[in-house]
Design a protein around this ligand. Structure first.
Ligand SMILES: CC(C)(COP(=O)(O)OP(=O)(O)OC[C@H]1O[C@@H](n2cnc3c(N)ncnc32)[C@H](O)[C@@H]1OP(=O)(O)O)[C@@H](O)C(=O)NCCC(=O)NCCS
Length: 211
């Protein structure tokens, strides 16, 4: 029998098993999701110097070299899929497939198939790092796009989010979308929320293409 990791890796490769991981992009109403490329790393690294963002995402500060190394490991990890979020209003000219459009990068979204008992369950994380792009519906749209992509490409049936109990904005966002509290860790002061894909108002049909 095929190992769950191998099955997930095959799913990540795409329908025909030939496409490269990380080669997808998706176009929404307000946001475009593009692969996390090396060109995005310096700005991403600047974001992750902000104590508030480090706390909200439960991350540790890294050097730029370490950030490049993390980027490389994410790129190679078949169980993790990361997109950089572009704010359409900030794209200079038209969106061009293959252009990293660093001028418009405002955050990231990722899924991680990290439950060894269920490789079709994905943990989802979202960050709209740029203050100027918050509060205009990008976070909500991006989560729905990411989940629609994950259902279509990796056949994910359940999504999970782990959110600090002090992160009111994020808790409100996920609960608004239909996520229900599944457990609470007093040690980490963290709420785990879950939602079956079938019960979510996913962005569909999703405009996607390969890079
Ligand atoms: C949480 C976050 C992703 C929200 O992104 P956003 O683009 O500003 O959110 P949206 O404009 O799409 O808002 C959607 C919903 O989220 C909730 N929300 C967003 N910001 C909020 C805030 N400051 N206070 C309370 N609720 C908020 C609301 O329910 C809102 O819906 P409504 O406008 O109908 O009330 C963003 O603030 C962020 O990235 N924060 C830092 C990183 C983080 O906390 N990541 C989550 C870790 S799991």
């Amino acid at each position: 029998m095929e190992a769950p990791e191998a099955a997930a890796a095959a799913a990540v490769d795409g329908d025909d098993g030939k496409r490269q991981k990380g080669s997808w992009y998706a176009v929404g109403e307000r946001a475009v999701l593009v692969p996390y490329l090396r060109e995005h790393v310096p700005r991403y690294h600047e974001w992750m110097q902000d104590p508030a963002l480090l706390e909200a995402t439960a991350s540790e500060p890294l050097s730029l070299d370490q950030e490049f190394e993390v980027h490389r490991s994410w790129t190679l990890d078949p169980l993790k899929h990361t997109f950089i979020v572009l704010d359409k209003e900030l794209i200079q000219g038209e969106f061009v497939v293959g252009n990293p459009h660093t001028e418009a990068m405002v955050g990231d979204v990722n899924i991680y198939m990290n439950d060894p008992d269920d490789m079709q369950l994905a943990e989802i994380e979202i960050m709209i790092a740029e203050q100027k792009s918050r509060g205009k519906g990008l976070g909500q749209e991006v989560i729905l796009m990411m989940m629609a992509f994950a259902v279509e490409k990796y056949r994910i049936h359940t999504f999970r989010a782990k959110i600090s109990d002090s992160n009111t904005a994020s808790l409100k966002l996920f609960r608004k979308l239909g996520f229900k509290d599944a457990s609470y860790s007093a040690a980490f002061k963290e709420v785990t929320l879950e939602a079956p894909a079938a019960e979510l108002p996913l962005a569909s049909p999703l405009t996607i293409g390969s890079w």
